[in-house]
Structure formats: structure tokens, C-alpha cells
Design a protein around this ligand. Structure first.
Ligand SMILES: Nc1ncnc2c1ncn2[C@@H]1O[C@H](COP(=O)(O)OP(=O)(O)OP(=O)(O)O)[C@@H](O)[C@H]1O
Length: 676
């Protein structure tokens, strides 16, 4: 079959291979010429410059000393080499002449010991100061990543998932690579100069130096590294994927399901099947498999090249024995092994540096990611609407699909309706019918794919996002508790009053949280699940040693029920009202975990607090909410299928609302099956 143009083009740009359980896609080098390589290097310069300036600014003194110490570590090899060579030649001359020069030998030995002592001191100092340097660099870049991520909206997070999860951990290492590459460059030049001088003075000449360099040069030219090229690794072996999923079922979070469902035996059997199916297929990391993938001939050739210098020594000893001196051979061999090591490390460090610079480009790029949701310039509310308590909403032919969503169906399909300021609107419909998506569009967490959302007659996209957020209070099933105190959890509904305890208490009463929070030992100061014990090695509670009792005490945490969590989140919403800027209240299943009494109280408190404000509730429970509603919007498969009051909709016997209502009503009907 003939491949179409696009496939052929993709194949040209992407190399695909299977390595063990992985499928690897690698970007081909589009232009491998010297010019292209040079352009690649120069394109890194701005990032290197910015990285360097940032780090210099963080720790100028420390950095200079670290650079000097790295430089010293690079030089001490050459110095030690030189001194060893000196000691050996003095000894050799002394032996030949029968009169060893004790003073010269002692001086050289003392000098060597001095260098060793300085190196040890420098190393000690570096070990003491590196953590300080590391902390400063990591804190700085963690903050940069953290603050960039916090400003990113939902669709943008989806598009930049990989970058959003970057951590600052490796940054310091990448910077050290930069220092090491510079120091190693200097070391290679110094070593080469030294070997040239040594080779010339011992009459071995540049041929020997070339022989020394052959192996590292050939290894460099034939090296295989996945890390130097953009690539994607995907697990494709079905047994491996199954094995990973089954392994996860061993995690504590699944323990209750596994025990109560009695599925332990099934999981073990399936695990064995998957393991047998996988057999000896390599699960090792793709990068390592890629590097190992070379022919036996090239592996043998590279190793043999390392023995070229031995051949040289053998040839010299046979054909030109006058040139042969044990000291010079020993020194040349020693210097050759240092040169090879430095060269090989240098190649590795240059690769590390390239990776580091690409990593830093991504970190710096985070700050430049532009949000998909664009800010508007109109203040909200406009001056003529500022006295109105609620917000009017109009949707005109709104359709929406989630970015990257796998379904072909639209989450919202051509939805049109109007809500007047101050109305109580209830959204109902079966699972997946688009209710939550609709409220996400009202909160401008996403923008409609087509159509228009109007607030107070203006397109929602024209308003300043911060103003809209201030005008909206939302309580949804997606809200979480923060890993902060319960007081902050509530107070952050209005950050300006986060320390106002009486306002927080009032909000907690309205949200139904005050009752259980006051019973907690630490009341509103309680932090749920504080992670203070990071690890305890070989200390088990069952051992009952004094240390295990201590660990048990430290690990004790406070937890609260799902309904109580929802009450804290509801209290946060009430706190939001204290800002005085709220015009729209959105509640998406925010009371799903509450008991009937709690739900009724919450609903009443919300209604009371929201006098005149527009309220949009999403619910599956048909009761007081639907009866109080000014408008009920009934959704099905992303479309608005019915709208009106409860009484209006109950007049459509084959309608969606009637059907959903009827199912719930029948559950309470004494004539329904099972209730007699
Ligand atoms: N983040 C997402 N990415 C991709 N698709 C999504 C996402 N969230 C929801 N969907 C899809 O959009 C459609 C509408 O979902 P939505 O959550 O709005 O329904 P819902 O009426 O609120 O459902 P429920 O009653 O179960 O809460 C569904 O088909 C759902 O699978």
C-alpha cells in the first residue's frame, strides 16, 4: 500500500523503534551539518547567560569559591602527575648513577603531600558548602516554577501538562555541569599540553598523543545516547501494562476494596499470568537499552583501540630500545589514563549540560506560557450594573468540547437560554449530560468552542477575569480541602479576612461546620493529615519499643468524614459572601455528601445569604431545590432539552424532567415494588 504524503513526511522526521516493553519515537536530526550544529549551540547561549546571571545573583561569593575549588580539583591531577613523574625520574637517575639524591626526592615527596593535603581540604570545604548553594538555587527555581504554575488556567494546564510538573530538584546539578564543563575544558587543555611536553621530552612525539586519544575520540563519535535527542517513550507491551495496573492494586488506597471485594486471589493469579506472559522481555529503562544497542564488532573495535598505546610500547621496546625508559612509559601511561578519564567525563558532562540547558529553557518558558483564557479589559460590574445584586446570563448557541477529550460527542451542543438577574436556576439531567461543563463555562474556567456567553449583556470574554472571579461564589463537588488549618480553609473564601476569627466562625455556622470543628482537640487550628513524619526506618508500631511508641504518637492524624469535608468547603463559600462583591452563586452537587437535614439547612442558608443574587444549582435530587426554582434547565447528551418551572415541566409526561422526577418519586411511592 502506498503511504500518503503526510505519513512519509512523519516517517522522515521521526524514527520509531521497539526496545523491550517500550515503543520509542525519536526526532531525527533534520540538519546535521556543522552550520546547523553551531546554530544549535548558539541558540543555547541566551539560556546559559540567563541561568548564569541568576545563579551568580543568588550566591556570588559562594559561587566564585566553588568555581575555584572545581578548577583546583581539575588541576590537582596534573600537578600530582607532574610531581610523581619528578619523583620517579629522580629515583631512576639516582639508581642509574648509584647515588640517589635524597634531598631532591624528599622535596618532591613533600610537595606531593602538600598538594594532597590541599586537595583534601578543598574537597572537605566543598562538601560543607555545596548543600547551602544547592538550597539557595533550589528555593529560587522552585519559587519560579510554583508562581508560574499558580497563574495557569485549566485549558493551559492541560496543554502544558509535562512542563507544569517540572521540579527544581535537578537545577543545581545542571548548574554544576556548567562549572564542570568549563573546568574540564581547562583540564583537558592543560593535560594535553603536559602530555605533549612529556612525550617530546621523552622523544615519543605527537604520534603517541594521537594514539592516546583514539579510543575516547572513536567512543565519542560512535556514542549512542537517547537523551541528546527529543524522544517519547511509551509502554506498549500488554503484559507489562497489565502488570503495572495489578501492582497498583497492592497500594494502601485499594486495600479496603481488595479486602471487602475478596479479590486478592484473582489479583495474584492475574499477576502471575502477566509475569509469565512478559517472560524475559526487557523492562529496563529505554535510554539504557538504546545505549547498549550496538553491534559486537563495534564494541570489540572500540575496546581494542584502547590497547593501541600498548602496541606502541611493544614496538618501541623491540625496534628502538634506546627510547625505552620505564619511568617515561609509566608516566605516559598514567597521563594517558587520566586524559582518557577526563575526556570521557567531559563528553558525559557536555551531554549533561545540553540536557540541563534544555531543562532550564523549559523552566524559563513556564513564565512565558500564555493562558488560553484571555483576559478582558472591561471592569465588572459596569457602573450601571453596580447597584444590581445579581447577574443576568445569556447563552447563545454555545457548544463546547474539552481540549484533548477522547469523545467525539460535544460536552455542550448548541445550548441557548437566558437567566434574569436574581433568579434561582436549577440544572438537572442524567450523568454526563453537560451540567458541570455548563457551570465551568459560567465561571469562565473554559471558553465556549462556539457561540456566546453573555453576562449583563456583554460577552463574558470582554470582562476582566479577576473581577468576574470576585463576583462569583462557587461550591462544587470538585473543591478540595487545603492542607492548611481549618480556619484558613474557611477564611480563604475571602483572603482579605482570612484572620478574622469571628467572621470565620459565622461562615462555619452557616456552612454547617462549626458543630464538628469545635469538637476537635485543636478546633479551627486543626490541620488535617499533617505530613510530619517523613520516614521511620526499622521502627514498627507492633515492636512496642520506646521509639515505636513515639512514632505512633507522631503519626496520629485527624480525619473527618466526606460530609464534614463538604461542610468546610460550604463554609468557605459563605466566607466568600463577606467580600460583598458576589453576584452569582454556583453550587454543583456541593451538598451530595450531606445528610438530608444538613442539605436542607445549607440550601436555606444559601438562599438567605444570596438574596437578590443569581443562583445556579446543579443537582440530581429532586426536592425542595426544584420546587423553589424560578427556572429548571434540563440537559441531555450536552443539549438543553427542556426549560421552565417544575409545574411547567411536569406537564410534559414524556419529557426528560418528568421521567427523572418520576423515577425518584416512585422510590417513595408505597405502591412501588419492594415497599409494600
Ligand atoms: N475534563 C474533561 N475532559 C474531557 N471530557 C470531559 C471532561 N469533563 C467532562 N467530560 C465529558 O463531558 C461530558 C459532560 O460532562 P459533565 O461533567 O459536564 O456532565 P454532568 O452532567 O455534570 O455529569 P454528572 O451528573 O455525572 O456530574 C461527559 O461526556 C464527560 O465525559
Amino acid at each position: 500500500m502506498k503511504k500518503d504524503g503526510k505519513d512519509a513526511q512523519t516517517e522522515e522526521l521521526i524514527e520509531e523503534m521497539r526496545l523491550g516493553v517500550w515503543r520509542v519515537l525519536i526526532a531525527r536530526e533534520t540538519s546535521a551539518g556543522l552550520g546547523a550544529r553551531w546554530r544549535k549551540i548558539t541558540s543555547m547561549t541566551p539560556t546559559i547567560k540567563r541561568f548564569f546571571i541568576d545563579v551568580v545573583y543568588l550566591a556570588p561569593g559562594l559561587l566564585s569559591l566553588m568555581f575555584l575549588s572545581t578548577l583546583w580539583s581539575s588541576f590537582d591531577d596534573v600537578l600530582l602527575l607532574h610531581l610523581s613523574s619528578r619523583i620517579l625520574s629522580i629515583i631512576e637517575i639516582g639508581l642509574k648513577e648509584g647515588r640517589p639524591d635524597a634531598v631532591a626526592i624528599m622535596n618532591a615527596v613533600m610537595a606531593r603531600m602538600l598538594v594532597v593535603a590541599i586537595s583534601a581540604t578543598v574537597e572537605w570545604w566543598r562538601n560543607q558548602t555545596t548543600p547551602i548553594f544547592e538550597r539557595r538555587v533550589t528555593h529560587h527555581f522552585s519559587y519560579l516554577i510554583f508562581s508560574s504554575n499558580l497563574g495557569t488556567d485549566l485549558p493551559t494546564v492541560h496543554d502544558n501538562d509535562a512542563d507544569a510538573s517540572l521540579g527544581a530538584g535537578p537545577v543545581c546539578d545542571h548548574f554544576m555541569s556548567l562549572i564542570r564543563v568549563v573546568a574540564m575544558g581547562i583540564e583537558v587543555i592543560t593535560l594535553l599540553t603536559y602530555i605533549f611536553r612529556l612525550a617530546l621530552s621523552t622523544r615519543h612525539g605527537p604520534v603517541f598523543v594521537l594514539l592516546c586519544l583514539t579510543k575516547p575520540l572513536i567512543s565519542f563519535l560512535f556514542r549512542r545516547s537517547l537523551w541528546e535527542r527529543p524522544h517519547v517513550v511509551q509502554a506498549v507491551e500488554p503484559h507489562y501494562i497489565r502488570l503495572q495496573a495489578l501492582r497498583q492494586l497492592g497500594d494502601t488506597q485499594y486495600r479496603q476494596d481488595v479486602i471487602s471485594g475478596n479479590i486478592g486471589d484473582y489479583i495474584v493469579q492475574e499477576y502471575e499470568k502477566a509475569r509469565d506472559g512478559l517472560g524475559d522481555t526487557d523492562m529496563g529503562w529505554a535510554g539504557q537499552q538504546y545505549e547498549k544497542k550496538q553491534s559486537v564488532q563495534s564494541a570489540v573495535m572500540v575496546e581494542l583501540l584502547g590497547d593501541l598505546t600498548m602496541l606502541y610500547y611493544a614496538a618501541v621496546s623491540v625496534f628502538n630500545p634506546a627510547k625505552f625508559s620505564l619511568t617515561s612509559i609509566a608516566m605516559l601511561q598514567h597521563s594517558e589514563s587520566i586524559l582518557r578519564r577526563t575526556f570521557t567525563n567531559g563528553i558525559y558532562e557536555v551531554g549533561e549540560l545540553r540536557r540541563g540547558i534544555n531543562f532550564m529553557k523549559r523552566i524559563y518558558g513556564l513564565a512565558n506560557i500564555t493562558n488560553v483564557i484571555k483576559d478582558g479589559d472591561l471592569p465588572y460590574p459596569s457602573t450601571d450594573q453596580s447597584e444590581v445584586a445579581g447577574m443576568s446570563i445569556d447563552l447563545r448557541n454555545v457548544s463546547f468540547s474539552y481540549p484533548g477529550g477522547k469523545s467525539n460527542a460535544k460536552a455542550l451542543d448548541n445550548v441557548t437560554f437566558s437567566i434574569k438577574s436574581g433568579q434561582l436556576v436549577v440544572l438537572v439531567g442524567s450523568n454526563g449530560s453537560g451540567k458541570s461543563t455548563l457551570v465551568k463555562l459560567l465561571a469562565r474556567l473554559y471558553d465556549a468552542s462556539s457561540g456566546q456567553v453573555l453576562m449583563d449583556g456583554q460577552d463574558i470574554q470582554r470582562y476582566k477575569i479577576a473581577d468576574l472571579r470576585r463576583a462569583t461564589a462557587s461550591l462544587t463537588q470538585d473543591h478540595h480541602l487545603y492542607p492548611l488549618s481549618l480556619s484558613e480553609n474557611i477564611g480563604l473564601g475571602n483572603p482579605a479576612q482570612v484572620s478574622d476569627t469571628s467572621t470565620i466562625l459565622d461562615a462555619a455556622k452557616k456552612g454547617g461546620a462549626e458543630g464538628f470543628v469545635s469538637k476537635l482537640k485543636q478546633g479551627f487550628s486543626t490541620i488535617l493529615d499533617p505530613q510530619t513524619v517523613q520516614y521511620s526506618v526499622m521502627v514498627q508500631a507492633s515492636d512496642k519499643t520506646p521509639l515505636s511508641k513515639e512514632v505512633e504518637k507522631l503519626e496520629r492524624t485527624t480525619d473527618i468524614s466526606g460530609g464534614e469535608r463538604q461542610r468546610v468547603v460550604a463554609s468557605r463559600t459563605f466566607m466568600r459572601f463577606t467580600s460583598g462583591t458576589v453576584k452569582l452563586v454556583i453550587a454543583d452537587e456541593g451538598s451530595s455528601a450531606l445528610d438530608p437535614e444538613g442539605e436542607w439547612e445549607l440550601f436555606n442558608n444559601l438562599r438567605e445569604e444570596s438574596q437578590g443574587k443569581t443562583m445556579v444549582f446543579v443537582t440530581h435530587r429532586f426536592g425542595h431545590l426544584t420546587k423553589f426554582a424560578d427556572v429548571i434547565l434540563c440537559m441531555k447528551d450536552g443539549r438543553l432539552v427542556e426549560s421552565g418551572t417544575h409545574d411547567d415541566l411536569m406537564k410534559i409526561p414524556d419529557g426528560e424532567y418528568f421521567k427523572l422526577y418520576d423515577i425518584q418519586a416512585k422510590a417513595f411511592d408505597s405502591e412501588s415494588p419492594g415497599t409494600s
